[in-house]
Design a protein around this ligand. Structure first.
Ligand code: MF3
Ligand code: CO
Length: 262
């Protein structure tokens, strides 16, 4: 995906549906956050998500996702622990006190998607690790504040990078935010770094998923043998937060934010 590809502008109807999909995402993600505790298996989170999807009559955006040349994604959730950056596959691993766990979740309603992620502490965590979570969440907030009509696409990534690097952290470069709509991933590709003032102007009706991935150590990524799980090359901890955001005349409307969520 490049800056030159057309960024879809959503109709009123599409926005209404995406708002509903995003609300389901936010509500279920909040339930999952509250389940996180020492001894919980990542598969327990997946089981809860799969049941919630069924109960609400919505569709998983992730399960069966078929990127060219990779195995289909097998689960409705991505659960990424500690040095895992994104796309961890739920399984028998038990969470333990002091871990951090990224939970990434998406559903569709009538073919339109919502996508959000949060990284949470398992029990008590070190001050140093808390700072990574707070900084990454704050980087997402600062990026969202830049999502005003007339601003440029690269203002988003610039805000993330500036905030993360101020603490000596690095942003992951091989993954990025993305447009979202009738496909989970639409143009544009939205890197979490770069110079401000570049790329297309933001226009009301664009819906973008912004997802900073921030490492305490270096930015380099290694893929595990499952061909999905991305980990930091240096084994350092990584945090990931994501929201689906509609650009409006009045400013950013965070579709995946509800009371009590990140
Ligand atoms: N939020 C992630 C992303 O936008 C989740 C994708 S998992 C996948 O990349 F299976 F759907 F690829
Ligand atoms: Co996403």
């Amino acid at each position: 995906m490049a800056f030159s590809e057309r960024i879809p502008i959503k109709t009123r109807r599409e926005i209404d549906i995406m708002r509903e999909a995003s609300r389901h995402v936010a509500e279920i993600l909040l339930e999952l956050r509250h389940m996180v505790a020492p001894g919980v298996r990542t598969a327990d989170l997946e089981d809860h998500a799969a049941k919630a999807i069924k109960d609400r009559g919505v569709q998983s955006s992730f399960k069966g996702y078929d990127p060219h040349g990779l195995p289909k994604y097998p689960s409705s959730l991505c659960v990424s622990v500690n040095e895992e950056i994104v796309h961890g596959i739920p399984g028998p691993r038990e969470l333990k006190e002091g871990d951090i766990v990224g939970i990434d979740f998406g559903v569709s309603v009538d073919g339109y998607h919502g996508d959000s992620a949060v990284t949470v502490a398992v029990g008590n965590i070190d001050e140093r690790v808390r700072k990574l979570l707070d900084t990454t969440a704050n980087a997402l907030c600062l990026a969202i504040e830049k999502m005003l009509p007339g601003n440029r696409l690269s203002d988003i990534g610039h805000a993330v990078q500036t905030r993360a690097e101020r603490e000596g952290y690095s942003v992951v470069r091989v993954f990025a935010g993305h447009g979202i709509g009738s496909k989970l991933h639409e143009p544009p590709w939205i890197p979490n770094y770069g110079s401000p003032g570049r790329g297309p102007r933001l226009i009301p009706g664009m819906v973008l998923a912004i997802e900073p991935m921030v490492n305490i150590g270096g930015a380099d990524v290694v893929m595990l043998e499952d061909e999905w799980t991305a980990v930091t090359a240096d084994g350092s901890l990584s945090a990931h937060f994501e929201h689906t955001i509609l650009i409006t005349e009045e400013g950013p409307d965070v579709l995946t934010r509800i009371e009590g969520s990140h």
